[in-house]
Design a protein around this ligand. Sequence first.
Ligand SMILES: Cc1cc2nc3c(=O)[nH]c(=O)nc-3n(C[C@H](O)[C@H](O)[C@H](O)COP(=O)(O)O)c2cc1C
Length: 195
Amino acid sequence: MRRHAGDIMKIAGISGSPRKNENSEQLINTALDIAEDRNFEVDRIFLSEQTIAPCTACYACESAKRCAIEDDMTQIYPRLESADAILVASPVYFGCVTAQLKALFDRTLLLRKQGMLLSNKIGGAITVAGSRNGGQEKTVQAIHDWMHIHGMIVVGDNSHFGGIVYAPAESDIVGMQTVTDTIGKICDLLEMIKR
Ligand SMILES: Cc1cc2nc3c(=O)[nH]c(=O)nc-3n(C[C@H](O)[C@H](O)[C@H](O)COP(=O)(O)O)c2cc1C
């Protein structure tokens, strides 16, 4: 992470839900509002607004350092690369992340092949599910796995693993606290790095 004195640090928030204005997007908005109040620049990447095809394993990313698929990932790559931290929120689908988010994860193989471009960025995860114990922690783990494979610095909520929410999010007071604590931890760490 190359920084210059006075630079404003940026936090990108990804919602992996195909649904607009539902729990995952609300949670990213809540978290990024807190980050904005703490003077961070924020970038909202909502997969409900993006079309991302799955990786086809053509390995153009290895041979030509480019992705052969031309879709919305093209404008997401620089947004991820320019972020200092990435907060990822996903609904739990069958105990894991959504297919939309997994497609994004797999397509970021390009950023590894271009020179570990996400390395040392701060990462945090939020998951929301329809059942109280519906696979939130397993899904957080899947998000953390993606971050570790990119060499990111992974944080939780300063107590456990990150934001763990039982939908509807606004009714889950305990879960909302884990979301607030996760973005708080990301902001704290960025401020420490900046000093
Ligand atoms: C295909 C599919 C699979 C799901 N699998 C689970 C699951 O394994 N566990 C669970 O608790 N909820 C499951 N749900 C419910 C969603 O996690 C829940 O509705 C969540 O709030 C959706 O997030 P969103 O509001 O951000 O879209 C599933 C929903 C769908 C559509």
